[in-house]
Design a protein around this ligand. Sequence first.
Ligand SMILES: [Zn+2]
Length: 271
Amino acid sequence: MTRPNYRPWPFLFATPLALLVAAPAVPAELVPDPPHDCEWCAGWSQPREPFRIFGNTWYVGTAGLSAILVTGPEGHILLDGALPQSATQIQANIEALGFRILDVKLIVNSHEHFDHTGGLRAYNHIGATVITHWKNFDFLNRDVINYTPRTLRPDMVSLWPPTELAEGYYFETVRENYVLTDGNRTMQIHYVNPLQHAEGMLMAYLPKEKLLLEADLVDTFEPLPARISGDQRSFFNAVQKLKLDVARLVPSHGRPIPWAAFDAAARVPQK
Ligand SMILES: [Zn+2]
């Protein structure tokens, strides 16, 4: 693909007079892509009241798909984009808590499945950078956030493709470990492998809050299994190896649970 000769975000180059005449073209709200249809999607998309998980960490997802907001003075971090149709629900939840969607600067994408990446394009329109495992980069950059016109109104990406897009500057890719900090609090991002579920899986750990955020490895809308799966063993091993001091497990599907509950299940002797 040739590098498009567009200036990024043309309103930034408008004269002050023009700015007075025309409102800046920053979308006031997220307008998602057409809804993704799947067996579970309607149930997942039921509304859920946002709630505080711990400290500055908030649940802003739908009934069945978590989106975790970590707020801070330098901007907010969102973990996962859920379905395309979740974007407006997540925005409403963020605003109900008194935060601004435009202050979401980073989105940590746990993995590439549709129920975690669907909303990413909408967030890309507000200039958020996506943090993902490097194995997901090509898929996200070419197939999820690309120049193809969508039904977004306004579809800023196809109208004025930012030059950064062609070179993937909207992404930070992680190989093993990655740390975000505002100088006061940190979020550690770690690669989880080997897994059958997905190749480029990231989990996020907040050491001050002792929260571990993960997707699709331990779903808590159903009872924990009597014997943990191979993927759950990989996840448990990663937590042990990294010596993470976890108090609460915050899953993508289901409510937060004490880490001790999963820890106990993982320590049941395997035959
Ligand atoms: Zn998945």
